[in-house]
Ligand binder design. Structure first.
Ligand SMILES: NC(=O)c1ccc[n+]([C@@H]2O[C@H](COP(=O)([O-])OP(=O)(O)OC[C@H]3O[C@@H](n4cnc5c(N)ncnc54)[C@H](OP(=O)(O)O)[C@@H]3O)[C@@H](O)[C@H]2O)c1
Length: 281
């Protein structure tokens, strides 16, 4: 018998749930930012994992399968014999409709044929509010999951700190950190998102569940200053107001949630872990 589940210890009211040891789970997007932390966490909780990638892989103490959401190749084999699918794969930059919307449909249909009992999908806070092309596709993918043949759960999470860092790096390529200082963000630790997903897997199909965000809402300029300080870099901020509805939604908190509980790890925690020092902790 493995040790008792860490996530269940944190949620004592959930002790009646299906034991992780009995559950076989396919993780799509297992090589991504979230997948890389979710796979070892779920494995250590006792889930029997099959991890999916487009390329051949080994390691992490789990079974790997090769499949492509864009073509459907390998999906039938990937879902065969699993109890649940944790769908993390996504392609924000290219062929998003093909992979996120149609690929999610291919996955849901294959899972339905295989008799999978639960499809857990990760989405993003604000997909129904913030007018971005990628978000439109994520919302459509949520609808595909909800209309599909497999009982489902959808969790919307806020941005991962690494994503915010990517934005800040891109915005400072020319020197100053360019951006709309009043945009609000609520970074959430992907490890904590993975723990929420473990609880959802154990709870069974729950449809749309409470959103999950980080512990604090930050303005873009606050996040940028803390990031510069953690990296010991001196750069000015160059304010540029994002126009139109996009700017209005981003400044009004379209990417944030008031849902509780939230994660505990802050932006300062992330910066301290990444760059050393205490970074305002
Ligand atoms: N990043 C954020 O801040 C954030 C916030 C909230 C929610 N989310 C959501 O969380 C999920 C994971 O995000 P992430 O940042 O971890 O993603 P990511 O790092 O961009 O990883 C994307 C994953 O999708 C897989 N993938 C891409 N195209 C594929 C295809 N055609 N067939 C099969 N797999 C394919 C990739 O696997 P291979 O390359 O190995 O094939 C990779 O593992 C996404 O649904 C995202 O929308 C992200």
């Amino acid at each position: 018998m493995r040790r008792s589940l860490g996530v269940i210890a944190a949620y004592p009211c959930l002790h009646w749930l299906t034991p992780a040891q009995a559950m076989r789970v396919l993780v799509t997007g297992a090589t991504g930012r979230l997948g890389r932390v979710a796979v070892p966490r779920l494995r250590d909780e006792g889930f029997t994992l099959r991890a999916m990638s487009r390329g051949p892989r080994t390691g992490d103490g789990v079974e790997w399968v090769t499949a492509d959401l864009a073509t459907g190749a390998g999906l039938a084999e990937a879902v065969a014999g699993v109890d649940a699918v944790l769908h993390l794969a996504s392609s924000p930059q290219r062929r998003t409709h093909d992979i996120d919307v149609l690929g999610t449909r291919r996955l849901a249909v294959a899972a339905g044929h295989a008799g999978v009992r639960h499809l857990v999908f990760v989405s993003i806070v604000g997909v129904d509010r913030v007018p971005l092309g990628y978000y439109r596709h994520k919302l459509a993918a949520e609808q595909v999951v909800a209309a599909g043949p497999v009982p489902w759960s959808v969790l919307r999470a806020t941005q991962f700190p690494e994503f915010l860092e990517g934005l800040l790096s891109g915005a400072s390529r020319l020197g100053p950190v360019i951006g709309d200082r009043a945009v609000l963000a609520q970074p959430v630790d992907p490890g904590e998102v993975a723990d929420r997903l473990a609880v959802l897997l154990l709870a069974g199909p729950s449809n749309r569940v409470e959103d999950f965000g980080g512990p604090e809402v930050l303005r873009y300029d606050e996040a940028a200053r803390a990031w510069l300080a953690a990296r010991r870099v001196r750069r000015p901020l160059l304010p540029v107001r994002i126009p139109g509805r996009l700017g209005r939604e981003l400044r009004a908190g379209g990417l944030t949630t008031t849902a509780t509980p939230t994660g505990a790890r802050t932006w300062a925690d992330h910066l301290a872990d990444t760059y050393g020092g205490t970074a305002g902790r």
